[in-house]
Each structure stands twice: as C-alpha cells, then as structure tokens.
Design a protein. Structure first.
Length: 600
C-alpha cells in the first residue's frame, strides 16, 4: 500500500477506531479533496450528498439568514468530520463551509456510504455516534474560540525596528518549545522537502505533509513574512488560521499591495477577521488616529503595542496564543461600582485583563482598564465622576425620562475622551436598538457615545442615538455579554454578574399608597414602608426581565463572580466605598481558588 493510502487509513482508524487490516478496503472509497485557503467546500443550501473527514487544515462553518449578517458558527479542526448530518438526513446544507487555510479532506458520497454500510455493518452506527458527539459538544457549555494553530506574521514596512520587533514576537509565540517559527530560511535549514517551492508560493505535496507533521509536534506554527516576500506571503497566508499584519503606527496607513484580497475585504460570509498590530515607536499613554489605519481595511481589528510598555507586548502574545483573559461586566446601576473592587482583586493576584466588555454601568467600569488605568486610578476617577459629579441627581420634567442625562453625558465625555479603536486594551459595550430590539456591539467610534448608548436606561435617561437610530440601555437585551466575548480572541473568560439572588418578603398585604409612603418618611412615629422608588423599580424590572438569560450566559464563563450586593440601593452613590470593598473582598478568594485549579 502506498504511503498516501497508509495516511488515509491511519486517519480512518483514528476517527472511527477501525482495524487497519480488516478495513483496508475502506481507503479505496475515499476521494481526496484539496482546498486553498478561502475556497468553499460547499455553500448553504447545497445538497447534503456527502460527508468529509478533515485530515489537515481548518474549516469554518458560516450561516446566512435572511436580512441578517453572516454568522460564523464554529471552526472545524483536523480529525473532525463535516457534512455528516446532511448526508444522513438527506437535507440541504444548513450552513456553508469554507477553508480558513489550505486544507486536505477525504470525501465519502452516499453511494460509497451505502456500499460500506453493507460491507461494514458497524460503520453507519459509528458515523451516527460521531453526529451525536458533535451535537452534544455544540449544546454543551463552550467557553471560547479555538486558539489558532498556525499564524502568519506579516511585516508591512522595511523598518529595522519593526522587523526586530516582529522577530521578537515570533520568538515569544514559540518560546519554551510551544511553537516553531517558519521562514524560507528556516525551511532550508531544517532540510524540509522542496523548501524552495514555498518560496515560490506553490508548495509541493511533500512540503505540505512535512508542515502537517510539524504541526502535530508543537502547539503552533508561526510563519514570519518580511517585506518583499510576496510569493512567500501568499503561501503563508493560505496556511494561517490567523493573519496578523504588523506596522509602525507612524507609517503611511495606505493599503499595501500585499494586503489586497484580505485586509481590504468587507466583512461578510466567509470573510475572516484580520488583525493589525500597530507598533508605537514612542511610549505613550494616549493613542489617537487609529481610524486612519482602519478606514481602508474594513474587516480588520487593530491592536496596540507601545514601545517600552512590556504589558502591551505580552498581551498581544497572549491574544495570539489563545491565553488571553477576557473580563465581562454586567449592568446594575450604582451597584456596578462593585466591579472596581473585582478589578482591584484581579490586579492584586496578577490576573491580566486582555479584553474587556460590558453592559450599562458594567460598560463604564470596563472602559476604565481599557483606557490603561490601573485599579487605583480607576477607583479615583470613578469617585470623581459618580460621587462628586452626581449624574443620578439630574432630575427633569418626566416627558422622556426622570433625568435629563446631560450631566451623565458631560461626565462621560470628560473622563473618557478619544475613540474605542485607540484604547490600548480591546473593549466593547452593548446597547439595544429601540426600534428592532437588535443588539448593538460598540467597538468603534467615540468612547463617550458607546458608553452613553449603553447606559441609556429606559425611563431613567433619554434614549441615545447610534447610526441615526434610537438606542437604549444594553441590559434590556444582554446584561452579561459573555457570548460576545466568546467570539473574541480570548482563552479564558471571567464574568461578574450583579443580579440579586436573594428573595425579599414585605411586611404588608398590599402595596401602600403614595401618601402612606410619604407619611412614613415624614412622621417620626409612623411605620416606614420599605418599597423601592420609581427609579429602582425601573432598574429592577430590567434585571428581572433578563435574569434567565444572564444565568445562561454566566454558565458559559470560566469563572463567574457574584458579589453580594443585594443590600445596596441601586441609585445611591453614597455607598461608593462599601460597594468597591464588597466587590474586592468577595472576589479575592474565588479568583485565587480559580487560579490554583487552572494551574493544575
């Protein structure tokens, strides 16, 4: 049997647990299918007439619903099957599947499967078991996207400092034997077969097999592309689960010819996100002007690394290696100040915040580390804004809302200048479209607009405007956006939920009248009626309406923290210090325990 057939049989044996001698005829039924990165295996709606086994590479499943943006459902790694549900049910493809990078698959059509079912009676049951396992894995709790196994680092400028940093980044991604840096020179030095074929952009089958073998030996392959290596870039890009372009921030932001076809592609079905790591030659605490890099690259996300700030470099290494920590903060009005204590505890225990997002007050607090503030500065700045600034005392004639919202808007503009794209730590906030109920994920534009949209509590503050449409507080649709964070390049997610878990009973049979409540407040000997005010009831109603959803999303986090904040009023900022301390004290031990368990 040829070496190629041996590898086919090994794949089947690993996938189904078949006997290599008894089931050797299985190999003859398989058709090899090679896809270049970006090619479609099949489209949504195509006939479900075959299944495929992925031998090497990576695939993406995309679904396009009517009048909705294309949605990336999942990624398919080597050793998995794809298309088996359509084959067994005889239904059209429910999603399209494309190659994220150059991939090799083996195809079994319906006729071949019928024949194999007669000659190998247990085969259909094993395929069915594979389907059941896939469905179980999809319905089980899933934390984050799979980490990229292959990366292409592409330097866009012939700049000595940039090239040196690019090489350092590649080395750090492969440190301690976790990866292998691949370049035309390293291929030749490793005596890889047909190494010159990669330099020409047309790798031979032998070289592809050699690379697949190296991928099995290490956690990741890092293809390093330097300026002028056009053919090598084309080859490396097609091998990469993730493409990362590297550029000096002070360079010309125009689109380079080498980027055409990927970084310039508009987002849509089958368009994978491209990363742009912007290297800042001079250390700075204030970044501005990122938008000029993103305008010609609509499908690109920018990440920042400032010279002399090692945390930025290490954050990028964690993001690209699948070890980044994402922090998700829920809404909760003034109770959201407890998030500051959680951030302080994370800092004390050396837990990095590599990506951060939130809803409502959670979004405002999330913006603090995203701005580059440490916990002490975040706590100090929040005190100035919410205790001294008193944005919740801005009452007005209740035509649109109880409060004007102008004081809140002014304070947010004052404390959070700049654009989201310029934040040193990736950030997002959530708001809700008042017309459609759709969820807005704010990752671009002025920070203050993203935050004002997210904190526009209906009835309490007037609605905000986003892209010419009215928006309200994101807590209405997603008060704990763990699902949004799952789609970012993070390896672990810490979520903080401020929903009250304790039930309270009242000491009266029916709700007291307004006069009875007022009398209890004014007369010293009258019994005080403990009922929530109008603002608190509005906030509580939103919390109750999303509680089930919050609980479901909380289960997806790797660590869910629930500070005991039920005793605190939802709009009294005078509780500031107690809220921060409660968040800090209640999260220290759970985080410490989680770190200990994760390290085992």
């Amino acid at each position: 049997m040829s070496k190629g057939n041996d590898s086919h049989l090994n794949l089947l044996r690993d996938f189904f647990g078949l006997d290599s001698e008894r089931d050797a005829d299985l190999v003859g039924t398989m058709q090899a299918v090679e896809l270049r990165g970006g090619d479609w295996l099949f489209q949504q709606g195509d006939p479900g007439d075959s299944l495929y086994f992925l031998a090497r590479g990576r695939l993406e499943a995309w679904r396009q619903d009517e009048d909705q943006p294309a949605q990336l459902l999942n990624e398919i790694s080597a050793g998995e099957a794809v298309g088996e549900v359509g084959l067994l049910t005889n239904m059209p493809r429910s999603a399209g599947v494309r190659a994220r990078r150059d991939s090799l698959l083996f195809k079994v059509d319906r006729a071949a499967l019928d024949k194999l079912a007669r000659t190998h009676p247990g085969l259909v049951m094993q395929v069915t078991a594979s389907v059941a396992q896939r469905l179980a894995s999809h319905t089980a709790r899933r934390h984050t996207r799979p980490a990229p196994r292959t990366l292409a680092l592409v330097a866009l400028e012939q700049d000595g400092d940039l090239v040196a940093w690019s090489q350092r980044l590649a080395d750090d991604l492969c440190a301690q034997g976790h990866g292998l840096v691949i370049s035309p020179e390293s291929l030749a030095a490793s005596n890889a077969p047909d190494s010159d074929s990669a330099r020409r952009g047309s790798p031979s089958a032998a070289l592809n097999q050699w690379l697949a073998e190296q991928e099995e030996l290490v956690q990741r392959l890092v293809f390093l592309v330097l300026p002028g290596q056009t053919e090598w870039h084309d080859f490396a890009r097609r091998q990469a689960d993730q493409v990362v372009y590297l550029a000096p921030f002070d360079a010309d932001p125009a689109l380079r010819p080498i980027e055409t076809g990927q970084a310039a592609t508009k987002p849509g079905a089958g368009s994978s996100e491209v990363l742009l790591a912007l290297w800042h030659r001079e250390s700075t605490t204030r970044i501005s002007g990122t938008v000029r890099w993103l305008e010609p690259r609509p499908a690109t996300r920018a990440l920042h690394v400032r010279h002399g700030i090692d945390n930025d470099h290490q954050r990028l290494v964690r993001i690209l290696s699948g070890r980044a920590v994402g922090l998700v903060l829920s809404g909760g009005a003034v109770r959201g100040l407890a998030h500051l204590g959680v951030i302080r505890a994370m800092e004390e225990l050396n837990i990095p915040i590599d990506w951060v997002g939130g809803t409502s007050m959670g979004a405002v607090i999330a913006a603090c580390p995203a701005m580059g503030w440490d916990s002490a500065e975040a706590i100090a700045q929040a005190r100035k804004a919410f205790v001294e600034g008193r944005p919740l005392s801005d009452y007005t004639l209740p035509l649109l809302s109880l409060m004007r919202g102008k004081r809140m808007e002014r304070l947010i503009q004052q404390f959070f200048p700049g654009r989201v794209e310029d934040m040193p730590i990736p950030f997002f906030s959530i708001s809700a479209n008042l017309n459609t109920g759709d969820t807005n994920v704010h990752e671009t534009g002025p920070v203050w607009r993203a935050l004002c949209a997210s904190v526009s509590l209906p009835g309490l503050f007037p609605p905000s405007v986003h892209e010419r449409e009215l928006t309200i507080d994101g807590a209405v649709v997603n008060n704990l956006p763990v699902d949004v964070m799952q789609e970012r390049l993070v390896g672990k997610i810490i979520a903080v939920s401020l929903g009250a878990q304790r039930q309270r009973q009242v000491d009266f049979d029916q709700a007291p009248s307004p006069w009875a409540v007022l009398g209890g407040m004014l007369w010293p000997f009258a019994k005080r009626k403990k009922v929530p005010g109008v603002a608190s009831m509005m906030l509580k109603a939103i919390e109750l309406g999303t509680r089930k959803r919050v609980n479901e999303l909380g289960e997806r986090a790797d660590l869910l923290l629930r500070p005991p904040i039920h005793r605190f009023n939802m709009i009294d900022v005078n509780q500031y210090d107690d809220l921060v301390q409660t968040g800090y004290e209640s999260s220290l031990e759970p985080i410490r325990k989680w770190v200990s368990q994760s390290s085992k």
